[in-house]
Design a protein around this ligand. Structure first.
Ligand SMILES: [Zn+2]
Length: 286
């Protein structure tokens, strides 16, 4: 069996992006002819180019049936780098909407609602906040899936941890050009997706305020949406740091409370089962 090809918006990286990824990740997958993260092909060692995974819904088979897929290593590699360049880590590259089992359907529907109205929401600079007081309810997964969906529909996305953004914002860059390039990207990308908003180290409040203020103000001014997950309530977000910037952001935001049980123990059990069965999750855009 074959998997559907990547979406048309999936494109090879520009040389500069590839070099930047390579510089920060010594183990980057660089050549799909020699190795593959999905079928585990390795030059001189294993040359299978097939893998086992559940049947695709679209084929009309039962989705709990395990089938053999021909691996299109080149396509898996293209999608891997495309997502990685947007900041989406490998584990989320391999998850899809079928994996959002612990989140109540009305919540998933609301997130899908934002996605299906993406053209309009993005043109209007409509922000989205996925919040819940408790951890592990699937907020990050929803944010990653929404990011992938938007990329598949032709939007540029930058996905990042809040802490990572602060670190990059405050660190001393060796290369001034690189810093400017990063700042430009965070400000100008179609959709900025931030995971764990508000989870900053104590003692950096001033820096965080200044960052939030600069990034949020410039994005709001350009009607460029920011979507994020947080353990803060809507009130706490508005009363936190950068009050003025946050009031600008929340004025044009939809808040979705992501209720549900902690899905992480179930996820761990599932990935153990997959490993026992010798399955390989392919990288997927949907
Ligand atoms: Zn492969």
């Amino acid at each position: 069996m074959k998997r559907p090809p990547p979406p048309p918006s999936c494109h090879p990286l520009a040389d500069a992006d590839f070099r930047r990824l390579k510089a920060t990740r010594p183990r980057l997958w660089t050549d799909p002819k020699k190795s593959c993260l999905t079928c585990l092909k390795r030059e001189g060692l294993q040359d299978s180019q097939t893998y086992l995974w559940y049947a695709d819904n679209a084929t009309g088979r039962r989705t709990d049936e395990i089938v053999t897929y021909e691996c299109n290593c080149q396509q898996q590699w293209l999608m891997h780098l495309w997502f990685l360049n947007a900041g989406i880590p490998l584990n989320y590259q391999r998850l899809g909407w079928d994996d959002v089992k612990s989140v109540p359907q009305p919540v998933v529907d609301q997130v899908m609602g934002y996605a299906l109205q993406a053209v309009r929401n993005i043109a209007l600079g409509r922000n989205l906040v996925l919040w819940s007081k408790s951890p592990g309810t699937g907020k990050t997964l929803l944010l990653a899936l929404l990011s992938k969906f938007l990329m598949a529909n032709g939007f540029q996305v930058h996905f990042s941890q809040f802490n990572e953004v602060i670190d990059l914002f405050t660190s001393s860059w060796r290369d001034k050009d690189e810093r400017e390039q990063w700042t430009r990207r965070v400000r100008n990308v179609d959709v900025l997706a931030i995971d764990d908003w508000g989870k900053e180290n104590k003692g950096r409040i001033e820096m965080v305020e200044s960052m939030v203020d600069q990034i949020v103000r410039s994005r709001v001014a350009d009607a460029a949406p920011t979507i994020f997950t947080t353990n803060l309530t809507p009130d706490e977000i508005q009363q936190g740091y950068g009050v003025y910037a946050m009031s600008l952001l929340t004025e044009a935001a939809d808040f979705i409370e992501v209720t549900g049980a902690d899905f992480r123990p179930a996820r761990r059990e599932l990935s153990r089962q997959e490993a026992d069965l010798g399955l390989a999750r392919p990288i997927t855009a949907v």
